[in-house]
Design a protein around this ligand. Sequence first.
Ligand SMILES: [Zn+2]
Length: 263
Amino acid sequence: MLGGSALVAAPSATPPSPRSAVPAPSPLIVGDGRTVRLISLGGDRTDGLLTRIGGDIGAAVAAVEKFWGTDWDREIVVIATGSQQDFLTQAGLDPRGQWQDIAAVSVAEQVDFAHHRASGQRMVFAPGAVAMSDQALRIVLTHELFHLAARADTALDAPRWLVEGVADFVARPPTPLPPGAAADTALPADADLDAAGPQRVHGYDRAWWFARFVADTYGVDGLRRLYTEACGPGHGDFATAVHRALNTDTTELRARWAQWLTG
Ligand SMILES: [Zn+2]
């Protein structure tokens, strides 16, 4: 499945502030005192979706904090849209793009890396999200929340496959690998996420497996270090990041990855 997408709104797009939308009656308080603002733009249908999200957001915050720590936005804005047009507008997405199979995105108006701050962050759910199962919704919510939490530590040119793989590591239960998972032992790549259809789903899965492999082999701290070194502002190339974060080289990493895939 596609757990949504991590996108920073194009600078030319100036979507309306979420505060101009219809506000939810009162914000939720979750975790260590974070405020959650739930904004419903699609009437009863999206009210119901936000009720489900309201029930899940505490666990999503806990999962993200467990992996990433607590130094991120104190306010979480979640917008549920009732039409594709609203979705594109609220998310600041290019209407010419392929967004039909995207359940949710998290976006920011601006990221100030020097001050470790992102402004105008929000999670926007597409109208189709109302049809998601409870488990799929929890995964998408947690996945997008990780993007939001890591925003100020994620360079605009970060390797997307690793950004997505780590978000899925935080969000998805570690289900067994399907048969044939070891057929391809190349390192995941951004190109795998670009093709529409099954190839993209497989690309997300392989990125997720890779993150699990790193956590299993080098520890969860190793995975977090790899994210910071490979995806953070001013990151080096992947080989340098691997060396710094995991104290190994890509040849050794690939050999172990192949081994892990084989089980
Ligand atoms: Zn994502």
